[in-house]
Design a protein. Structure first.
Length: 256
C-alpha cells in the first residue's frame, strides 16, 4: 500500500473522528505487558528478555504472543500461556499502568473541538472498561472496540470502530505513538498522525507512511486549535503545504 498523502484526501471530506489504540496511544503499558508475558512464560521453562518482548510489542501489539516457544510447546501450552498473561496483566499490572503523558487531556481537547473519539484494543472488554473508568474517560469516548467485537466479526479494529459509529474511512484519522498503530491504520486506508519520536527501523515517521508527526501529545495539543477547528475539523489537511508547516510542530513530518 502506498504511503498516505495529504493531497489524496478530497477537500469535501470532513475528518471528524479520531481513532486511538488503548495500548500505546492512551496507556503507557508496554513494559507492564512485557512483564506479564515473562511471568506467563515461566512455567514453560522459557523466559524471553524484556527487550525482546518490547521489540515484539512495538511491531505487533501487546496481545500478540512473543516468539520463542517451539511448535510443540505452542500447541500444548499456547492457550494456557495466553490466558495466564491476560490474568496477570489485568490483576497485577493494569492497576499501576499510567496514561501516556497528556493523552487524557488530548482526548478531552478533541471532544471539546466537536470531534468523536473511539478507543480500540485487541484485549478484553474488561480491561478497556477498567482503564477508561480509572482515567475518567468513560464519558468522553464515543465508541470502543475490544476482542469481543473482533471475534467472528470485523477483524480490523479501526474499521470495526467506524462500523459502530456508522462512519466511513473518509471521516476518520488515527492518532498514535507506535509502528503497530501506524501499520493498522495503513491496512485500513486511514491517515496516521504520530505523536512520538520515530521508531526503528525508520529515521522519520514519513518514511513509515505517516501523514504528519509531532514530538509528543503536548506538541500536538499546542497546535490543535489551528489543526482541527470545530467548524471544519479537516481544514488543515487541505491547506497549502507552506501554511500547514507553519502551524504544525516546528519540524513536522508530512509526506510530500
Amino acid at each position: 500500500m502506498n504511503a498516505v498523502r495529504v493531497d489524496e484526501h478530497p477537500v469535501t471530506a470532513v475528518r471528524h473522528i479520531v481513532l486511538m489504540d488503548l495500548d500505546g496511544a492512551v496507556l503507557d503499558s508496554s513494559v507492564q505487558h512485557a512483564l506479564a508475558w515473562q511471568e506467563a512464560f515461566s512455567p514453560c521453562g522459557f523466559r524471553p528478555s524484556q527487550h525482546q518482548i518490547l521489540a515484539h510489542i512495538a511491531q505487533h501489539g501487546p496481545e500478540s504472543m512473543p516468539p520463542g516457544l517451539s511448535r510443540e510447546h505452542l500447541r500444548v501450552y499456547g492457550e494456557a500461556v495466553r490466558a495466564m498473561y491476560r490474568a496477570i496483566y489485568t490483576r497485577y499490572y493494569l492497576p499501576v499502568v499510567r496514561p501516556v503523558s497528556e493523552a487524557v487531556d488530548l482526548i478531552q481537547d478533541l471532544k471539546q473541538q466537536g470531534l468523536q473519539v473511539a478507543v480500540t484494543s485487541t484485549g478484553s472488554a474488561t480491561v478497556m472498561a477498567i482503564a477508561l473508568e480509572r482515567l475518567g474517560l468513560s464519558a468522553w469516548v464515543d465508541a470502543t472496540v475490544t476482542q469481543d467485537d473482533l471475534n467472528g466479526g470485523q477483524p480490523d479494529r479501526y474499521r470495526a470502530a467506524l462500523d459502530k459509529l456508522r462512519a466511513s474511512v473518509e471521516e476518520a484519522i488515527v492518532i498514535g505513538t507506535t509502528l503497530y498503530s501506524l501499520r493498522a491504520a495503513r491496512r485500513a486506508d486511514l491517515p496516521f498522525i504520530a505523536a512520538a519520536p520515530p521508531v526503528p527501523p525508520y529515521q522519520t515517521w514519513a518514511e513509515a507512511g505517516a501523514m504528519a508527526s509531532f514530538a509528543d501529545y503536548a506538541a500536538l495539543r499546542a497546535g490543535l486549535h489551528h489543526l482541527l477547528p470545530a467548524s471544519a475539523p479537516d481544514a488543515w489537511l487541505t491547506q497549502p503545504a507552506g501554511q500547514r508547516q507553519r502551524v504544525l510542530h516546528p519540524q513536522p513530518r508530512v509526506v510530500a
